[in-house]
Structure formats: structure tokens, C-alpha cells
Design a protein around this ligand. Structure first.
Ligand code: ASP
Length: 611
């Protein structure tokens, strides 16, 4: 015996009925989507996951008509009736079932509903908070159900590809020890061992590496990860990764597998044929040309370095930046001369809002001169040099930043994206994938200490294997990130599989031997029992589904997401907890206490010490 396709209570899905069902008796069940009650006859649009069909109740079936008068929107009903094709002229092109209707013989109420908190229709303009509070109703909207289905199909396509290549899904613990990925941990205090806590995994990184030591060779997992960070539109405290690790392979294996995953997903889900292999760019080139380690290649606007043009300048801010070893970086906005003075000022404020001291701008005039607050300080040669280096034409605007090289490139890179967005210069129909390779191994934090750019288990590039400690500014890692349209979809690396190399990296990061033993003894021991060379990657599934679904917030593709402040308006989590339960855990919650430590001493958001 097998499960009936629509459940024992129904014979068909409402959205599946077509002219070919004409004359058939069907039993349907679902929600009342809309009603039009004309007294003598009532029309109910019945909705289930498969779609909507019109049901008609008329006096020929008086009990059914009686019931149809009583029901309200969002009541759950079950009807039995006969499918009939609608007369010409009465067809509804907007419905897939618009050629037919069902003449009800019986209407049974399965469940009444209060007036819904908002209309169950696509594109409704209601606050997200309100939608999330009533998420069970919000998800009834067809566009939301479609996203859930798309997400499930994406998972299944990816599983198919992974399994075709011999990867096995292995579950790793949720109650575990901290895994450093640069965020804070969510903690779960232990009742059986008072004074100790588990951490929820920021990623399964160390377990997937240890599975390679175990000889699993090809591991994957669609897995929930937890990172306690300040939230942005595309971040959630818990999120899902496609997590991958393989033995006896290197970057090329991971790249090839990833490209097959992506190409197959885009083909199966969107019917889009992508071109692979995807281009690769070094981290250094991406920063130089786009001011970003995840450049959006759907538009040009490459950055220009104006160091040579202003080598002997008398323009104070430029001179100061160069003397301090920094850079002057520019981006050109085609037809930017149309911006008003006020709009230029707003972009300057935008830059200041990101912590920049300022932002200079200039408009190229017909005669090649510059209209700019700075123009009077520039020599004629500088003016000509700027226009040429920036690749600008008359009518274009040039924006300049000056200061420490990395930060200035990041600022002008972010401006590039913001300008393109604001001026509608991005071709939204394009999918621009890109690999970023040869990322630096470390970066320096404000206090001068070093932190891994990826994570501390990433292998140095071969040329830096013996000397990364002496050249931490230049040393690159065997790391790779996959970027799409300005978003980082995933990242991974070849790992350190040699215990002494792992210890060298820890010690360079200032992790003492005692600390390394206390935190990572299990890893170090694992590495000393025959660890094969291994590499891996992880993809943010929420972000991938967000882009596939054409949404701009990952909350739209998560069934029960959290708001920006990390709460769930539906369950009201996080919530206070009963005193007795806390006592069993040896805990006392102190609301408000800790705020000061959080802002001053604690880990800040993003990449921190990494261990
Ligand atoms: N564990 C890494 C992360 O979660 C991914 C990887 O290196 O495989 O970002």
C-alpha cells in the first residue's frame, strides 16, 4: 500500500484540476481563499498547496449552499463535487484551473478560523514583524510556499551531486566545543557537569577534518551552524551550510566539484545554463581593481590608483596620504555630472557614515577641465592625469578617497557598489560567478595582533610554508572563496594536516601551547595519528536560496527566521527561564549586566582572534 498523493481525505489537489477532469466527482480539502456570496449561489475559491480552484454552491445542493454561506476566509473545508468546464467567456486566465469549476454536492467544515491577521496574498504590504509573529499564516502565501519548495529542491539537487561523487553525509554534534570561525559562541550550560558548558558549532570544521583522519575520505553535510554576531539583512544567528571535506585532493578538486554543484543547481532550479569554469582572480587583484574581496562583476567601474598622478602634488589630503604610505583611489561614475551639489554632499556624508574622513569628487567638463572643490589646488598636469587614469569622459563624475591603502580601496569599492545600485547600472539578469584565490593568510587587527583571514586550520601557500612567520603581511594561504554578484557564497581551503605546522600557526597567532592544548588537543592528537592531506569548503545555503529566489533578505527563505535583534516574534524567543530550571544549571540571569563588557572588552563582530 502506498500513501495517496493528496492524503486520504481528498482525491485531488485543488490546483491540479483541468478540463480533462470534466464530469469527474472529486473530493478536495483546503482553505477558503476568497468567497463571493450572492445569496442564491456562493462561489468559494479553495486553496491548497497545489493551487486554487473555484467551487460553486447553488440551491440544487441546499445543505452545501447553507454551509457555503457560513464559512469565512481561511476556514478549512472539505468539499465533494463534480468538475465542469466553465462556459466560454467565464474562464479565468489568471488561475491554472481557470477552465473549470467544481459544483459542490457537500461542503464540510474541518476547522474554523479567526479573521486572519493579514490577507493571504502575494506582495502584501505588511510589516515584517507582523508577518513573523504570524509566520504560520504568512507561509500560507503562495510565494512563500514556493520558496520553501525551491529550498527543498535545492537541497535535494545538491545531495544528488554529492552522492554521485561518493560523498557520504555524516552528522556532527550540535553540543560541542567552540569552533573558531571569528564569531562569538552560543553556549549551552551543562546540568550534569555544573560549571561547564557546551558551545553550539560555528561550523563543523574540526569534526569534518577529523573525519578525514578517520578515513571517511569524502564527507558532506547540510548542517545548521550558529554564530552570535550583530545581524544584518543577510545574516542569521543560525544558518545552514552545505559543508564539504575530501581527502587526497586539493583546491582543483574542490573547485571542480563546486562548479558542478552550482551549474547543476542553476540548471535544475532556474533552467539557466551557466558557463563553467568560473573565472579566478587573486585576492590582491580583486582589492586593487574593485576594492572588495567579493567584487560584483555585473558592471565595470574599476578603481583607478592615482598615486602616480599625484606623486608631487600640493593637494594637502592627497599629499598626506601618499607621504604616510597610503593611496589615492578613484572611481568614475558615467554621466555623474548630472548629480546635484546636494547629491554629491550626500555621497560625502555616506562615506563619513562609514568612518571615512571625507570623499572628494570632480566632474569632467566639456573642455577636459574639472569642476570640483579641489580643482583650484590641482595643476593642469594633475587634472589631465586624473581624467586619463580614471578613464573619464566629459559629463562623468570622479570620486576620490585618500588614506591607508586597504581601507581606502574598501571605501571606494563600497562606493562603487552603492553608486551602481543607486543609479540602476546593475544588470540584474546576470549571474557573475568568480573564484577569489590566494587570499592572505593573516590580517592585523587594530591592536596589532594577527588573526587568520580564513581560519587557523588553513594551509599556507607552498612558497610561504617555511617562512610565513617572517612575512605575515605577504604570506598567502591555500584558500578560495566563491563569489556571486558581490555576495560570498562559500569559502574553503586546503587544510593543515601536519601537527607541527598546525602548532606553528597557533603559536604565530599568539595561542600558547597550554591554550592550544586546552582548546584543540583533540585536533592536534588527531593530526598525529595519520592525517591524510585534505581540503574542503562550505556554502551558505540560505544565501544561495535567497539569490535563486530573487529575494534580498535571507529571512524570506528561512521558514522561521529571527529578526535583526535576534528574536523570534512568534515564539518570543529568547525568553526568560524558570528559576528552578536555572538553578539546576547553576545559573542566574542578570538582565542588562554585561552590556558594558560587551561593547568594550569582548570580541567585536566579524573576524577576530579566530581562536
Ligand atoms: N568552516 C569554514 C566556514 O564555515 C568553511 C571551510 O573552511 O570549509 O566558513
Amino acid at each position: 500500500m502506498s500513501i495517496s498523493p493528496f492524503g486520504a481525505l481528498r482525491t485531488h489537489g485543488a490546483g491540479t484540476l483541468r478540463a480533462e477532469h470534466d464530469g469527474q466527482t472529486v473530493t478536495l480539502a483546503g482553505w477558503v481563499d476568497t468567497r463571493r456570496d450572492h445569496g442564491g449561489v456562493a462561489f468559494l475559491d479553495l486553496r491548497d498547496r497545489s493551487g486554487v480552484v473555484q467551487v460553486v454552491a447553488d440551491p440544487e445542493a441546499s445543505e452545501a449552499l447553507e454551509a457555503a454561506h457560513r464559512v469565512r476566509n481561511e476556514w478549512v473545508i472539505r468539499i465533494t463535487g463534480t468538475v465542469r468546464t466553465r462556459p466560454e467567456g467565464m474562464r479565468n486566465d489568471k488561475l491554472d484551473t481557470g477552465d473549470v469549476e467544481v459544483a459542490a454536492q457537500s461542503v464540510e467544515v474541518l476547522s474554523a478560523s479567526e479573521t486572519p491577521p493579514f490577507p493571504i496574498e502575494d506582495g502584501v504590504d505588511i510589516s515584517e514583524e507582523h508577518r513573523l509573529r504570524h509566520r504560520y499564516v504568512d507561509l500560507r502565501r503562495p510565494e512563500m510556499l514556493k520558496i520553501l519548495q525551491m529550498r527543498a529542491r535545492t537541497n535535494s539537487v545538491m545531495r544528488r551531486v554529492m552522492e554521485a561523487h561518493g560523498f557520504i553525509e555524516v552528522e556532527t554534534p550540535m553540543l560541542t566545543r567552540a569552533t573558531p570561525e571569528g564569531a562569538r559562541d552560543f553556549l549551552v550550560p551543562s546540568r550534569l557537569q555544573l560549571g561547564r558548558t557546551y558551545a553550539l558549532p560555528q561550523s563543523p570544521q574540526l569534526f569534518k577534518q577529523l573525519l578525514q583522519v578517520s578515513g571517511v575520505e569524502r564527507y558532506y553535510q547540510i548542517v545548521r551552524c550558529f554564530r552570535d554576531e550583530d545581524l544584518r539583512a543577510d545574516r542569521q544567528p543560525e544558518f545552514t551550510q552545505l559543508d564539504i571535506e575530501l581527502s587526497f585532493g586539493d583546491q582543483e578538486d574542490v573547485v571542480a566539484l563546486t562548479e558542478e554543484l552550482v551549474v547543476t543547481t542553476w540548471r535544475d532550479i532556474l533552467d539557466v545554463e551557466l558557463e563553467a569554469p568560473f573565472p579566478r582572480m587573486t585576492y590582491a587583484e580583486a582589492m586593487r581593481r574593485y576594492g572588495s574581496d567579493k567584487p560584483d562583476l555585473r558592471f565595470g567601474m574599476e578603481l583607478a590608483d592615482l598615486g602616480e598622478v599625484f606623486a608631487d602634488t600640493e593637494v594637502g589630503i592627497f599629499k598626506g596620504a601618499l607621504e604616510a604610505g597610503g593611496s589615492i583611489v578613484a572611481v568614475t561614475l558615467a554621466q555623474g555630472g548630472e548629480l546635484t551639489r546636494r547629491e554629491f554632499d550626500e555621497w560625502v556624508d555616506w562615506a563619513k557614515g562609514r568612518g571615512a574622513k571625507g570623499l572628494a569628487w570632480a566632474v569632467v567638463e566639456e573642455d577636459g577641465s574639472l569642476r570640483s572643490p579641489l580643482a583650484k589646488f590641482m595643476s593642469a598636469a594633475e587634472v589631465a592625469g586624473v581624467v586619463e587614469a580614471a578613464g573619464a569622459s566629459p559629463g562623468d563624475a570622479i570620486f576620490f578617497g585618500a588614506g591607508p591603502t586597504h581601507g581606502t580601496r574598501e571605501l571606494i569599492g563600497a562606493l562603487r557598489g552603492a553608486l551602481a545600485k543607486a543609479r540602476g547600472l546593475i544588470d540584474e539578469s546576470r549571474w557573475e560567478f568568480l573564484w577569489i584565490v590566494d587570499a592572505p593568510m593573516f590580517e592585523q587587527t587594530d591592536d596589532g595582533s594577527w588573526t587568520p583571514v580564513h581560519h587557523p586550520f588553513t594551509a599556507p601557500s607552498d612558497e610561504w610554508r617555511d617562512s610565513f612567520e617572517d612575512h605575515p603581511h605577504e604570506a598567502t594561504a591555500k584558500a578560495y572563496d566563491l563569489v556571486l554578484n558581490g555576495f560570498e557564497l562559500g569559502g574553503g581551503s586546503v587544510r593543515i594536516h601536519d601537527r607541527s605546522m598546525q602548532q606553528r600557526v597557533f603559536s604565530f597567532l599568539g595561542i600558547s601551547e597550554e591554550e592550544a592544548t586546552a582548546k584543540f588537543d583533540f585536533l592536534l592528537r588527531g593530526l598525529s595519528y595519520g592525517a591524510p592531506p585534505h581540503a574542503g569548503i562550505a556554502f551558505g545555503m540560505d544565501r544561495i536560496v535567497m539569490l535563486l529566489a530573487g529575494r534580498s533578505s535571507i529571512r524570506d527563505v528561512i521558514a522561521f527566521p529571527k529578526t535583526q535583534s535576534g528574536s523570534d516574534p512568534m515564539t518570543d524567543a529568547p525568553a526568560p527561564y524558570e528559576e528552578t530550571g536555572l538553578r539546576d544549571l547553576g545559573l542566574r540571569l542578570r538582565p542588562g549586566i554585561g552590556d558594558d563588557e560587551r561593547t568594550s572588552g569582548g570580541k567585536s563582530e566579524g573576524k577576530t582572534s579566530g581562536a
